[in-house]
Design a protein around this ligand. Structure first.
Ligand code: NAD
Length: 479
């Protein structure tokens, strides 16, 4: 934990210029587990200067050299896997089984996805018209990540930057600094030249805004709320940076009567509650065909009642707490809003689960008879709260599904393959999950509409960090 009060800049752990700090709190116990330094504009300047200086050499490394470094990262990440899993368990309350199987697993999975993509990537393409197109690293990148999937988001940004020959400054969420610190230790050990990767901890409106405005940063990659994403876009506009955004969601899950109801509805509730509902692409709006509505309510209620809530340090498939008090209060408020709006509280509700007095634990909650114009159907709640909305036919289901400012993911449960194709084609979302189909590492991830722009992961994730240069006249007799 020594490095928590330092930043990793120019290949060294250095004392911050800023003297501000913040406690890091375990959400399951409400105990302080560390103190993180919060940077300021001067800390950002220092990191950007290091990244800028390192770009000159690192941008000219060969693909083979960069692949070799990524293999080093892989070996060290595998060795420090348990450290990462335990860090996320402590700093954001991810239950340890899930922290290993999904949160820490993402660090290895995405890495392999980028290695595979980089191996295939063509850096130089001869066009049919005789011109040549060269793909070059864009420059110094500013990377801002949220707390809900800490390593998933960090690796989706840091790795493609390093894979393409960019240099970068990472500002992780101030709420999950421990896993980010460990990742910086991993990259340090992997042997990246000084200044290629830099870590500055701190708050969004201070460190994040200083990065977004910095004239020597060429690209900002941001994951977080739509609110903060628009702030980054505005701050970056003055210096005409490339900005890629992965933002919020309110993903619909369309349940047709022709699917295996017992299996698909139970799994759907589980997916909504997974990570205590704190996933940008969680299926939080269950749209149900009227003919099977009553049956679905029974199955969903049972699934929520059987969702365990418990200590993240214990093995098992239970969910953990929300990540902090602010989120706990927000979720409680939204449950109250649902009750006040007249939705039927099917299961769960206000307060902690019985017998739990400490920690930001909440009850898995389902509202039925929700209409899509209610606040609980429109706003991202970011807790284990599912809303159920009935529909009459396919056309109405599609219309309700698309009636949202977001477009990150959509889910579809049907036993009819033709319907699956037909409906998926009309859903405005970056990913459509059919009958439980999950995302593989290396597949592009991102959203339509206010869920962002750009795609992360694999080949498309690499493309985001590249500039295109065209060469004309190369190979002509005079050259
Ligand atoms: P947040 O927007 O509050 O914070 C995200 C990051 O942005 C943090 O590092 C924060 O410090 C920083 N930040 C905040 N204000 C900023 C500003 N003005 N300028 C620059 N940076 C700023 O989000 P959060 O609460 O940490 O995470 C939850 C949100 O992230 C949810 O909306 C969720 O849907 C979204 N999310 C999206 C994806 C995706 O891939 N689409 C993945 C995970 C989370």
């Amino acid at each position: 934990m020594d490095n928590l009060q330092k930043f990793y800049i120019n290949g060294e752990w250095v004392s911050p210029v800023s003297t501000q700090t913040m406690p890091v709190i375990n959400p399951a116990t409400e105990e302080v587990i560390g103190t993180v330094a919060l940077g300021n504009e001067a800390d950002v300047d220092r990191a950007v200067a290091a990244a800028n200086a390192a770009f000159e050499q690192f941008s000219r490394t060969s693909k083979a050299e960069r692949l070799e470094l990524l293999q080093q990262v892989k070996a060290i990440t595998e060795r420090r896997f348990e450290d990462l899993a335990q860090a996320m368990r402590m700093e954001m309350g991810a239950p340890i089984t899930m922290s290993r199987g999904a949160q820490a697993d993402a660090a290895i999975g995405h890495l392999q996805g980028f290695i595979d993509a980089l191996e295939e990537h063509e850096e130089r393409i001869r066009l049919k018209n005789g011109d040549t197109m060269v793909r070059e690293p864009i420059g110094v990148c500013g990377l801002i990540t949220p707390w809900n999937w800490p390593m998933n988001q960090i690796t989706l940004k840091v790795l493609p930057a390093l894979a393409t020959g960019c240099t970068c400054i990472l500002k992780p969420s101030e709420h999950t600094p421990i896993s980010a610190m460990i990742y910086a230790e991993i990259l340090d050990e992997a042997g990246y030249p000084a200044g290629v990767f830099n870590l500055v901890q701190g708050e969004g409106p201070v460190v994040g805004a200083a990065m977004s405005r910095h004239p020597d940063i060429q690209m900002m990659s941001f994951t977080g709320s739509t609110r903060a994403g628009t702030a980054v876009t505005r701050d970056a506009a003055e210096t005409v940076k490339r900005v890629t955004l992965e933002l919020g969601g309110k993903s619909p899950n369309l349940v047709f009567a022709d699917c295996d109801l017992e299996e698909r509805v139970t799994a759907s509730v589980g997916e909504c509650m997974f990570n205590t509902g704190q996933s940008c692409d969680a299926p939080t709006r269950l749209l149900v065909e009227r003919s099977c509505y009553d049956e679905v309510l029974k199955i969903a209620r049972k699934a929520a009642e059987e969702t365990g809530v418990g200590n993240p340090a214990e093995e098992g498939d239970h969910i953990g707490p929300l990540f902090d008090k602010i989120q706990f209060d927000r979720v409680q408020n939204m449950i109250k809003v649902g009750i006040d709006e007249g939705a039927t509280l099917l299961v769960g509700g206000l307060g902690r689960p019985d017998g739990m007095e400490k920690g930001w634990f909440v009850k898995p909650t389902i509202f039925a008879d929700v209409s899509n114009d209610m606040r609980i159907a429109r706003e991202e709640i970011f807790g284990p709260v599912l809303v159920i909305i009935p529909f009459e036919d396919e056309a109405e289901a599609i219309s309700i599904a698309n009636d949202t400012p977001y477009g990150l993911a959509a889910y579809l449960q049907t036993g009819d393959a033709d319907r699956a194709e037909r409906v998926a084609a009309r859903l405005k979302a970056g990913a459509v999950h059919i009958n439980g189909g999950g995302i593989e590492y290396g597949t592009p991830f991102g959203g339509y509409k206010q869920s962002g722009n750009g795609r992360e992961g694999g080949m498309m994730g690499i493309e985001d960090y590249l500039e295109t240069k065209t060469l004309h006249g190369l190979g002509s007799p005079s050259v």
